[in-house]
Design a protein. Structure first.
Length: 229
């Protein structure tokens, strides 16, 4: 299992936590609209979901501890702190992925604390993430605002093709990032691409020595994918 952060914009800047936290906490809350009704008291009506929040604590181990079994890939604690603080200050949109779990979500860092800990150069940290949702700007047509819209003559649209075409996987790509590219900035329907290309994704993973692709987690440069509508 790995906890991985990747910059969404370029897909190349990546940070793998050197050691795993003991626990990853996720919070999903329903958003309610409250009404005070004389005969019933307070009534709450569900109005969609609030943004998902994920948090965990851990330790960045110092150099004298880098050979401990819990350390998977040692990075200097000061460098770990620098990377996360930089992303937090810039409000960088990141992909948070915890392999072997269903955590695969675009986030920003809402809180990050890091302090020296023990006598081995360790740093204890606490980090919190909040789900990122892109702001969509709607057109007047989408909002059905026609009073002040200039009328134009439009030609019938050509019949939609059976799919959006094809895409050749590049280094650093994930199905999530490919979905964002073709589906208006949303990566949540990456399964649509996986289902349309399941046979080629799985066969390629096996050729690379994997038992399977872990439901599309492992994709490889050069693989040609069909992008469905």
């Amino acid at each position: 299992m790995d906890v991985i952060l990747t910059e969404v914009e370029n897909g190349k800047s990546k940070f793998i936590f050197p050691s795993l936290p003991e626990e990853v906490k996720g919070t999903n809350r329903t958003n309610y609209q409250s009404y005070d009704i004389l005969s019933c008291g307070e009534v709450k009506i569900p109005k969609g979901m609030k943004l998902t929040e994920i948090s965990f604590d851990g330790i960045f181990f110092g150099e004298s501890k880098k050979n401990e079994s819990i350390v998977k890939q040692w990075v200097k604690p000061a460098e770990c702190e620098k990377i996360l603080k930089n992303w937090q200050e810039k409000g960088t949109v990141l992909r948070l992925m915890v392999t072997e779990t269903n955590v695969n979500i675009d986030v920003t860092i809402s809180s990050f604390e890091c302090t020296d800990y023990g006598g081995y150069g360790n740093k204890k940290y606490s980090v919190e993430f909040v789900q990122y949702r892109s702001l969509k700007v709607y057109t007047t047509d989408e909002l059905k605002i026609v009073k002040f819209v200039k009328k134009t003559v439009t030609r019938p649209a050509a019949a939609a093709p059976s799919n959006k075409g094809s895409y050749t996987v590049k280094p650093g790509n994930t199905l999530w990032s490919i979905a964002r590219k073709f589906y208006g900035g949303s990566g949540t329907i990456w399964t649509k691409i996986y289902n349309a290309n399941k046979s080629v994704i799985e066969s390629t993973a096996k050729k690379r020595g994997y038992a399977n692709s872990d439901n599309g987690h492992w994709i490889f440069p050069g693989t040609v994918l069909v992008i469905p509508n």
